[in-house]
Design a protein around this ligand. Structure first.
Ligand code: LRH
Ligand code: MN
Ligand code: MN
Length: 396
């Protein structure tokens, strides 16, 4: 591999990926949850596991929480515990889908009492963010309808807009609201925030603290996600990612496992925007929240999470190796295949030696997966935790 510039090393050391608390507990599909030996049983153990992934990778220093799955009485205490473990609490995800009242939706529900309950829960999450120091409120609504005629679609749109406005008004300075879209499930006829365009319209109407969250699993198979990323960056509205692999739709398996080229192309859009002369795109790219949203069913949880973090690292490393000036020149000359080959050149580079070097410089194991497998981490957890049965903190 040709000499790599120190700026690539520097960028790799600053890469950040947030892992989700719900990926460390037992979870499954709606068909079955297989109990994983040593899986985390509560939020404390989830934080312990997230901290291990950070110690092994060096680039996963925060963990997202889902409320009330991760409910505790004393948030100061949880925050202090996270810090003791060497990590931070990241995005807060209100849960607006598991309560009886949400049968017909949360903020789009026809009954104003249910809508108020949903808003109260989100406001409670904003208070938690104040204690945990979280920057991002991560909003996903399971709201939708199953049958044509079930509810009035324009009224639902207005209710969502009103609800989001109330939440936005309560967001303190320095906090952001990330709005996640999904084109299907659990409702299959209509979903209230069904795509990036709908999410973007809401966020544009709300103001600059509202941005769109792109979950890779929430798209139809042929969707060009990197194009969505480019559009949102250009509008200053890309707030964050939920990384996973869309082959599995919402079963949320290892990112980059089936579409590594897509993940690389997404990262090239981000790297290009970060270095662009357009201040809005550059600022937006620098503030993107990179988060994983996965919960593994049959594979070992710690290893799957670590693999996901490393896949993002590899995609980012390759994106950093793209010769962007040459790419722009080929594009301007209309040299279709030269431009494409410039991307392929970087994508096909074996970055494993580079990453091993960077990891050594960072003081983390050069091969984190091997370190995880060879260490006592899992056996100690099995001894301490046993094999917790049933799902913990994930809808099945
Ligand atoms: C919904 C979703 C959303 C939830 C998470 C558990 O499919 O992607 O982000 O909060 O899964
Ligand atoms: Mn998600
Ligand atoms: Mn999802």
């Amino acid at each position: 591999m040709a000499q790599v510039s120190p700026s690539v090393h520097k960028a790799l050391k600053h890469q950040r990926i947030e892992t989700p608390s719900w990926g460390y507990g037992n979870s499954g599909t709606r068909f079955k949850t297989f109990a994983a030996p040593g899986a985390a049983r509560n939020v404390w153990e989830k934080l312990e596991d997230a901290a291990l992934i950070h110690r092994l990778s060096g680039i996963a220093p925060s963990v997202a929480l889902h409320i009330p799955w991760d409910w505790v009485e004393d948030w100061e205490q949880l925050n202090a515990y996270a810090q003791e473990q060497g990590i931070q609490i990241g995005a807060i995800n209100p849960n607006l889908f598991q309560d009886e009242e949400y049968r017909l939706g949360s903020i789009a529900h026809p009954d104003p009492k249910v809508r108020s309950k949903a808003i109260r829960h989100i406001l409670e999450c904003i208070e938690i963010m104040q204690v945990t120091g979280s920057r991002d409120l991560s909003l996903w609504f399971a709201d939708g309808t199953n049958y044509a005629g079930q509810d009035d679609l324009r009224s639902r749109k207005q209710r969502v807009r009103e609800g989001l406005e109330q939440v936005y008004a309560a967001l303190p300075e320095g906090k952001r609201m990330l709005l996640e879209y999904k084109f299907f499930e659990p409702a299959f006829y209509f979903t209230d925030v069904f795509d990036w365009g709908a999410a973007l319209l809401y966020c544009q109407a709300l103001g600059e603290k509202a941005q769109v969250l792109v979950d890779l699993g929430h798209h139809a198979q042929a969707t060009n996600i990197e194009a969505i990323v480019a559009f949102l960056l250009d509008e200053g509205k890309l707030g964050g990612f939920h990384f996973n692999a869309r082959r599995y739709a919402d079963d949320d398996l290892i990112v980059g496992s089936t579409h590594p080229f897509e993940l690389f192309c997404i990262y090239t859009e981000l790297v290009a925007a970060e270095h662009s002369s357009d201040p809005r795109a550059a600022h937006t790219a620098r503030n993107v929240a990179y988060m994983i949203d996965q919960s593994h069913n049959i594979e070992p949880k710690l290893e799957a999470m670590l693999q996901s973090v490393l896949n993002c690292q590899e995609a980012y490393a390759k994106a950093l190796l793209v010769d962007y000036p040459a790419l722009r020149q080929a594009q301007q000359h209309g040299d279709v295949l030269e431009a494409h080959r410039i991307l392929l050149e970087a994508f096909k580079t074996d970055v494993r030696p580079l990453l091993a070097e960077v990891r050594e410089e960072m003081g983390v194991p050069p091969d984190p997966i091997r370190a995880l497998r060879q260490g006592e981490y899992l056996s100690q957890r099995i001894q301490r935790r046993g094999t917790p049965s049933g799902a913990s903190g994930y809808p099945t």
